[in-house]
Write a protein that binds this ligand. Structure first.
Ligand code: CP
Ligand code: NVA
Length: 324
């Protein structure tokens, strides 16, 4: 867990909890995830019964988007308003971020006015540099390397439908990307297994994905054939073949990934009650067949909605710590 940069004089109120960032899944421990997942269920139940829950009145979330978004923007923005706070939305195009103001200066300034910062950007090092100079918690809303808020929502969704994920098997079919890396961090922390099948040349980089540097076979196994990765899995999941920032590779990737489309045949070799997830946006006929994503085993809409509930719990936790 990164702390605020040494030497930055604090104007935070006395007694405020130490600044904690959520830059990757490994920034919280298993015990904190147990709390957060329960808290998200509590917060979701309030929302579903139209019961006001506003612990963040007068607090402001700054959201910085250097890449496009639908779910992340709406879930953070709606969530913060529901918690009683407000939001400021910044993009590269409409702020000085796009005119080469140093990240360090942007962090110093924004974190004097906002109480929380969510950033969607390219390299993980950018968000790390921002966090180093921020007085307030910084949340990763997706980088090239990680997408921790999405995996938090996915695990919450799995638990809602099937109970504990500990000891279960997740099949990852497709690109060894930010989502795959984050699934692997979660597997190490929460003790489940990820079967990964990627085309050659698109493998997960274990140095990025692993918390410990080497993921044990209990948590990670690779398969050249996606059918083998899906065999016996409790959850089958995939993502776009071309992530944001890699658009120039689109045509080459379409060729390379053609056999990595999640199909009814792959679902058929998974557990009979296996779920299908996709962080969305999806391309039917590319990484997933329409009959799978629109089929009975798919929980993609719950997954999208749950972004909001888990992120509300996360924002509350980062600003106020554990509440009972
Ligand atoms: N899943 C996800 O992060 O969606 P957006 O890109 O729409 O935010
Ligand atoms: N891997 C995808 C996820 C989009 C939510 C990307 O980075 O574009």
């Amino acid at each position: 867990m990164k702390m605020a940069a040494q030497g930055i004089p604090s104007t935070l109120p006395k007694g405020a909890p130490p600044v904690r960032h959520y830059l990757q899944f490994s920034d919280l421990n298993a015990d904190e995830y147990a709390y957060l997942l329960e808290r998200a269920a509590f917060i979701k139940a309030k929302f579903k019964t139209f019961t006001r829950h506003q612990p963040l009145v007068d607090r402001t979330l700054a959201m910085i988007f250097e890449k496009a978004s639908t779910r992340t923007r709406v879930s953070f923005e709606a969530g913060m308003y529901q918690l009683g706070g407000s939001v400021v939305h910044l993009t590269t195009g409409d702020s000085q971020l796009g005119r080469a103001e140093p990240i360090e200066d942007s962090a110093r300034v924004i974190s004097r006015m906002a109480d929380l910062v969510m950033i969607r950007t390219y390299e993980q090092t950018k968000i790390e540099r921002f966090a180093e100079y921020s007085r307030v918690p910084v949340i990763n809303g997706l980088t090239n390397e990680f997408h921790p808020c999405q995996i938090l929502a996915d695990i919450f969704t799995f638990i809602e439908h099937r109970g504990s994920i500990q000891g279960k098997t997740v099949a990852w079919v497709g690109d060894g990307n930010n989502m795959a890396n984050t699934w692997l961090q979660a597997a190490e922390l929460l003790d489940f297994k990820v079967n990964v099948s990627t085309p050659s040349g698109y493998e997960v980089d274990e140095k990025i994905a692993s918390i410990t540097g080497k993921i044990s076979q209990r948590h990670f196994q690779t398969y050249s054939n996606p059918m083998d990765a899906c065999r016996g899995a409790d959850l089958v999941t995939t993502d776009v073949w071309t992530s944001m920032g890699f658009e120039a590779e689109n045509e080459v990737r379409k060729q390379a990934f053609a056999a990595w489309r999640v199909s009814a045949n792959m679902m058929a070799v998974a557990q009979a009650n296996a779920l299908f997830m996709h962080c969305l946006p999806a391309h039917r006929g590319e990484e997933v067949d329409a009959d799978v994503i629109d089929g009975e085993q798919s929980v993609v809409w719950d997954e999208a909605e749950n972004r909001m509930h888990v992120q509300k719990a996360l924002m509350e936790f980062l600003l106020l710590g554990r509440l009972s």
